[in-house]
Design a protein around this ligand. Structure first.
Ligand SMILES: [Ca+2]
Ligand SMILES: [Ca+2]
Length: 239
């Protein structure tokens, strides 16, 4: 249990890594590295699918080159930040203003305690040299809001210095959106039904991870037909 909590604290301290706190894992997978990796994959999957659906574009994107979580000092600070700020995980991944206010605070907190992010600094230098316009930089956390395009954004997703690229540069309004139209409703139930029936599928690992994450509507860590029912129940207004 302590291990789980620690992983949640680590994940929780970083903007989109918080997604991983809500994702299902087998006990043997409870290592922060695999959780983080899955969290990054989910975000990249969201970016790819939402760009394809036209919900978001890569014209603006958040590029994340996170801190070294094998460093115990950084992990301790991240845990302290999480514990002392009373962070609302659900709000963090769906409320853009709230998310970025926390990123700003975390960035300042880490910076004042002499944390540096060399990996992000190198990436920032390279982006600048390549003519990428960085609109906002959180240098310590390693998050950059950039003006980009599809080709550059896709290349950054494959860049080893980049953990994830978030299309649009903003957190989604809902993380339960499977058809990527910006809301969670009966249309998403259809996607769940078709995905389970094998009528639709995604060849891309990131896209699959996003759908499995977003599709667990009832939060029981399984992706199955009960989630379609759960969407429909929520979609019908109560009398
Ligand atoms: Ca939807
Ligand atoms: Ca479920």
């Amino acid at each position: 249990m302590k291990k789980i909590l620690l992983s949640v604290f680590i994940c929780a301290a970083f903007l989109c890594s918080m997604l991983t706190a809500a994702v299902s894992f087998k006990p043997e997978d409870i290592k922060s590295e695999s959780r983080m990796s899955l969290g990054y994959s989910i975000i990249n999957g969201y970016s790819k699918l939402s760009a394809k659906a036209g919900l978001k574009s890569y014209d603006k994107a958040a590029v994340y080159s996170g801190l070294d979580l094998s460093n115990p000092y950084i992990v301790t600070l991240a845990g302290t930040f999480y514990l002392t700020r009373g962070i609302d995980l659900e709000r963090l991944v769906t409320d853009n203003d709230y998310a970025y206010s926390l990123v700003e605070k975390l960035d300042g907190f880490m910076g004042r305690l002499f944390v540096s992010n060399e990996r992000a600094a190198k990436l920032k230098k390279r982006l600048t040299e390549n003519g990428v316009n960085i609109k906002k930089a959180y240098d310590t956390v390693g998050l950059f809001i950039v003006e980009t395009n599809t080709e550059t954004a896709q290349a950054l997703m494959e860049d080893e210095a980049v953990d994830f690229v978030m299309a649009g540069g903003e957190v989604p309004s809902t993380m339960k959106d499977l058809n990527l139209d910006g809301s969670s409703d009966a249309l998403d139930a259809t996607v769940i039904q078709e995905y389970i029936a094998g009528k639709i599928g995604y060849s891309d690992r990131d896209e699959n991870e996003y759908i499995k994450f977003a599709g667990d509507i009832n939060g029981d860590k399984e992706f199955d037909i009960r989630d379609a029912t759960a969407v429909l129940k929520k979609a019908i207004p109560r009398a």
